[in-house]
Write a protein that binds this ligand. Structure first.
Ligand SMILES: NC(=O)c1ccc[n+]([C@@H]2O[C@H](COP(=O)([O-])OP(=O)(O)OC[C@H]3O[C@@H](n4cnc5c(N)ncnc54)[C@H](O)[C@@H]3O)[C@@H](O)[C@H]2O)c1
Length: 257
């Protein structure tokens, strides 16, 4: 088990990548604080993890709240004695997020608040705890859209993911000599309910698939599997990276095969 005895905090753990990663962390021996604004979701996850014999605790945390983020980290230390891994993963992708002309200012502010400020607050409160533990790991979920346009005109979301990548590099270099590694996980397009709902005709689906070198969307679990790698000593020399799990989308500007 690669994470035996490690204590990790996951934000946005009620669904998708966060939920799947929290389960993999537990399977690798970590003690998990699963947090989300969706309390029912994290409670359900925790019941599953503890039912399987893992040590886990669910917390309702809004990452935009400094006091919630402080509570999240304090609870990890009070409950399990330390913090080793912080997975900043919560996000919002607002339905009103479009091109700058049509996007309401409130949508911009909310997106930046959850996606960027939330990760900043996680780091602000998490880093002192990681230092108290003698070092540790931070994973910030960015996106392939931080590197390539999504083609969808999701201005606020794409900008927020770019900011996360830039912030990740900054923090990684600042703390590299103090035994904290910080990486951005950059997933490509995944076969989620949200995406499948938006691709509601065969034509729309095919228009997307033609840009994917592997000819398919990724699965949530395929991205989640990168999290224990980035969190463990298996990735001991991986730092400040944009760690892409994208099926090769970023590898070409055109798919000719
Ligand atoms: N799904 C994809 O195709 C894809 C692609 C690239 C990047 N990503 C990134 O991966 C990460 C996870 O994506 P997902 O598809 O699993 O998302 P998801 O929507 O399934 O999960 C996000 C979670 O964040 C929580 N959340 C929202 N606002 C919050 C707040 N203020 N405080 C705390 N929690 C809050 C939600 O309740 C939800 O459980 C995100 O950062 C996303 O941007 C996803």
């Amino acid at each position: 088990m690669r994470l035996a005895g490690k204590v990790c905090v996951v934000t946005g753990a009620a669904s998708g990548i966060g939920r799947a990663s929290a389960a993999l962390f537990a399977r690798e021996g970590a003690k998990v604080i699963a947090t989300d604004i969706d309390e029912t979701g994290v409670n359900g996850l925790c019941d599953e993890l503890t039912g399987d014999g893992a040590e886990a605790l669910a917390l309702r945390i809004d990452v935009t709240s400094a006091s919630d983020c402080e509570t999240m980290i304090r609870t990890a230390e009070e409950t399990f004695g330390r913090l080793d891994i912080l997975f900043n993963n919560a996000r919002i992708l607002h339905p009103d997020d479009g091109d700058p002309v049509e996007t309401p200012e409130e949508t911009w502010d909310l997106t930046m608040n959850v996606n960027v400020r939330g990760m900043f607050l996680g780091c602000k409160h998490g880093i002192p705890a990681l230092l108290r533990a003698g070092g540790g790991v931070i994973i910030n979920t960015s996106s392939i859209s931080a590197l390539l346009g999504s083609g969808n005109a999701q201005t606020a979301y794409t900008a927020s993911k770019g900011a996360i990548l830039a912030m990740t590099r900054e923090i990684a270099v600042a703390y590299a000599k103090r035994n904290i590694r910080v990486n951005a996980l950059c997933p490509g397009p995944l076969r989620t309910e949200l995406l499948m709902k938006s691709l509601d005709t065969e034509e729309k689906k095919q228009r997307r698939l033609v840009h994917l070198p592997m000819g398919r969307f990724g699965e949530v679990e395929e991205v989640a599997k990168a999290a224990p790698f980035l969190a463990s000593d298996d990735s001991s020399f991986v730092n400040a990276s944009a760690f892409m799990v994208d099926g090769g989308v970023a590898g070409a500007y055109i798919t000719a095969f």
